[in-house]
Design a protein around this ligand. Structure first.
Ligand code: NDP
Length: 287
């Protein structure tokens, strides 16, 4: 049976560590780190995510400023709020919960957030820094959490073959850049990768990161016994169960290490949001 990479336990550890760090900073600084969280409308899934982010902030001693706006808020109103938060000295990070309603252009919102407060790591400035391999980039929380897990479990990265399935701006691409920054040899695959080639490409990987949003897509023919698998997928079955993109039952017994779903990548994502907020705070108070 594979080593199970326990994202839940690791996230608790990382969050406790961040809490200690914040306590030490608060003892010498005039203010706590601050995160502004914006949500438009009351989509139940978004509400769960936003509440868990606010709760995690509170536990770590990070001040949170919640803005729950009506779902028919105009783009102009949202841009005005973002401009205010950009210049608010108490705010180190601004997070706008996606997806946004149809009347709002998501790209415009991402561009409006000050790159120094872009704790989601979606602004082209931060994406650019990451693509240049710069450490100072604020990096998207989910792929950052994946790398943190690999490092905490001391999985060797340098010179290893990594395959990323999925090329979204939120997960696949930043994941590939992070692996490249760790000196892996990286292959990115997507929906145009010939179906017949994908299993063989994946079998060659030392590290396989799966972020496609297709339940149980990865079966034993995509794996090898020395492989480490990071399953980013979150899919809900008809019975309401949350499962990953990897068929855990058939794959876990035959690979070296694997993240479970739930309890793998998901919890690490929130821990990285706290990490990015504290990084941004440290830079601000050092200015
Ligand atoms: P997107 O839908 O934006 O991207 C999916 C990617 O998978 C696309 O690049 C697509 O290719 C590719 N893809 C789709 N089908 C195939 C296929 N048959 N073979 C190869 N590639 C394929 O999804 P996200 O990146 O936003 O999310 C991926 C998964 O991760 C989802 O389940 C999501 O819920 C989960 N997720 C989990 C998070 C967490 O915290 N754990 C956070 C964010 C996402 P193409 O570009 O060609 O269309």
């Amino acid at each position: 049976m594979a080593l199970i990479i326990d994202g839940k336990a690791l996230s608790r550890k990382v969050r406790a560590r961040i809490g200690e760090e914040v306590k030490e900073l608060n003892a010498v600084q005039e203010r706590a780190p601050g995160l502004a969280v914006i949500q438009l409308g009351e989509d139940p899934a978004s509400t769960i995510y936003v509440n868990s982010k606010i709760k995690a902030c509170t536990e770590a001693g990070i001040e949170s400023f919640g803005y729950i706006l009506k779902s028919d808020t105009s783009e102009e109103e949202l841009l005005t709020l973002i401009a205010e938060l950009n210049s608010d000295p108490r705010v180190d990070g601004i997070l706008c919960q996606l997806p946004l309603p149809d009347q709002i252009n998501e790209e415009k919102i991402i561009l409006a957030i000050d790159p120094d407060k872009d704790v989601d790591g979606f602004h082209p400035f931060n994406v650019g820094l990451l693509s240049m391999g710069k450490q100072e980039a604020l990096v998207a929380c989910t792929p950052l959490g994946c790398i943190e897990m690999l490092k905490e479990y001391k999985i060797p990265l340098r010179g290893k073959k990594a395959v990323v399935i999925g090329r979204s701006n939120i997960v696949g691409k930043p994941m590939a850049y992070l692996l490249l920054r760790e000196n892996c040899t990286v292959t990115i695959t997507h929906s145009h990768t010939p179906v017949a080639e994908l299993p063989e490409l994946c079998r060659q990987a030392d590290i396989l990161v799966v972020a496609i949003g297709k339940p149980g897509f990865i079966t034993p023919e995509y794996t090898n016994p020395d492989q480490v698998i990071i399953d980013v997928g979150i899919n809900r079955t008809r019975e309401g169960k949350i499962i990953g993109d990897v068929d855990f039952e058939s794959v876990a017994p035959i690979v070296h290490a694997i993240t479970p779903v739930p309890g793998g990548v998901g919890p690490m994502t929130i821990a990285m949001l706290l990490k990015n907020t504290v990084t941004s705070y440290r830079r601000r108070v050092a200015d």
